[in-house]
Design a protein around this ligand. Structure first.
Ligand SMILES: Cc1cc2nc3c(=O)[nH]c(=O)nc-3n(C[C@H](O)[C@H](O)[C@H](O)COP(=O)(O)OP(=O)(O)OC[C@H]3O[C@@H](n4cnc5c(N)ncnc54)[C@H](O)[C@@H]3O)c2cc1C
Length: 380
């Protein structure tokens, strides 16, 4: 067992760290305030290969695996959770869904523009009436001649405002439950497809989140992605990958909280000495450091198993559950260490806290992860 990253991933980590420090860190606060990430960042992310993390090299992607994605995601999230969430929805959800379901023609058509940044990708499973219980979705698709006709709505769709291509789950066999759902590739300019306004969120504000509506939206028959009625099963595979990425994002946010709190504790003087010299502050920082380390190990284990093609559903759930919960805790402790300053927008820790909370909700809440893990225990 090797706890060190291989040399190529150390080099990749360095590239991601420098990219995030140069292109993201100086602007993260502004993007949070303005609730927008500028389009030129998308171009830069494409140039450095981060939009094509999961896209095979023959289609212009970087052809990387889950461990590499986790390394990149931690570095991006360290500086800006919203940018990391945008990358997650594009790569670990939309591109991963295409990787699972898309045929050669679909790959050749959609992967190059997704890798180059011409298109941002989105993935739409949730609806206003169902999130955790995703199989209860109501959006439906009916075959009419050479077209699928989509009707219904989606909610909470990351990148939905700017995306060029959407993978959308809809019912194709209404009585089939989870085995009656299929995935479809929908292009932005499809008639009958409407994109709602951006949600005014607590955190992850730079990342856009919207509702989508389909009113007799006609898409070509060949835009079915994967096998008919296989969309829900494929979605569960997509979410396995997504959980590793969200876990890595959580590690980045928790590390940010630790680094910011450590730096502040060395500068801030109370009772004639830096607050770092207070044992209660040291204990908080020690716990944060230990938990960040443990979360990273769980994340990397899940990534390594996934890259090796081994079952990683439970390791991914454990990683996502643990990392997201320690991230929120680390951010709360970092705010406490900052005192009144931590309660203002002058320092990054309040933004980190608002961003981190999403990781306990999206792509399977903490409660759902505990259910998945507990069910597995019953099978042992
Ligand atoms: C910023 C953001 C971005 C998102 N991006 C996307 C996206 O790109 N694509 C997409 O498809 N979706 C996206 N989502 C939706 C997200 O995946 C769902 O919000 C999430 O799955 C939770 O669903 P819900 O909000 O409907 O909560 P609900 O399912 O209504 O759950 C509410 C609460 O009840 C708990 N609960 C529910 N069922 C159980 C149970 N059986 N046992 C115990 N507790 C339970 C939950 O854990 C939660 O605490 C996004 C959400 C947000 C906030």
């Amino acid at each position: 067992m090797d706890f060190e990253l291989p040399d190529d991933l150390v080099a990749l980590q360095d590239v991601a760290r420098r990219f995030a420090a140069d292109n993201i860190a100086p602007h993260a606060r502004q993007w949070d305030r303005e609730a927008d990430i500028p389009r030129d960042l998308i171009k830069k992310l494409a140039e450095v290969g981060f939009l094509g993390i999961f896209i095979p090299t023959e289609f212009g992607g970087s052809g990387l695996g889950d461990l590499a994605a986790a390394v990149i995601m931690e570095e991006i999230a360290r500086q800006c959770g919203a940018t990391a969430l945008m990358l997650d929805a594009h790569g670990a959800l939309c591109c991963a869904a295409l990787l699972i379901g898309a045929n050669e023609e679909q790959r050749a058509k959609y992967f190059p523009p997704l890798a180059s940044g011409e298109y941002l990708g989105a993935w739409a499973l949730s609806e206003s009436g169902c999130g955790s219980d995703a199989a209860a979705l109501q959006c439906k698709a009916e075959l009419d001649g050479d077209s699928w006709v989509l009707n219904g709505e989606k909610m909470w769709i990351t990148n939905g405002h700017y995306a060029g291509v959407y993978v959308v789950m809809a019912k194709t066999t209404p009585e089939g439950g989870p085995k009656g759902i299929s995935a479809f590739i929908v292009e932005r300019d499809t008639p009958g497809f409407e994109i709602g306004p951006k949600e005014d969120k607590m955190g992850m504000r730079g990342s856009d989140t919207v509702g989508l509506t389909f009113d007799n939206a006609r898409i070509p028959k060949e835009n079915l992605c994967g096998e008919l009625n296989h969309g829900f099963i494929d979605s569960m595979k997509v979410l396995e990958r997504g959980r590793i990425t969200i876990s890595a994002m959580s590690v980045g946010l928790a590390r940010g909280a630790l680094e910011e709190a450590l730096a502040y504790s060395k500068e801030r003087v109370a009772f004639r000495k830096p607050i770092f010299e207070q044992q209660s502050v040291q204990f908080k920082l020690a716990d944060m450091a230990m938990e960040v380390d443990a979360a990273r190990l769980l994340t990397h284990r899940a990534g390594i198993l996934s890259d090796a093609g081994k079952p990683c559903n439970i390791p991914a759930s454990m990683a996502k559950l643990y990392s997201s919960e320690i991230a929120t805790r680390a951010c709360m402790e970092a705010i406490q260490i900052h005192g009144a300053m931590g309660y203002t927008k002058e320092v990054p820790v309040e933004r980190l806290m608002r961003d981190a909370k999403l990781c306990e909700i999206g792509e399977g809440s903490s409660e759902i992860q505990r259910m998945v893990i507990a069910r597995h225990l019953l099978e042992l």
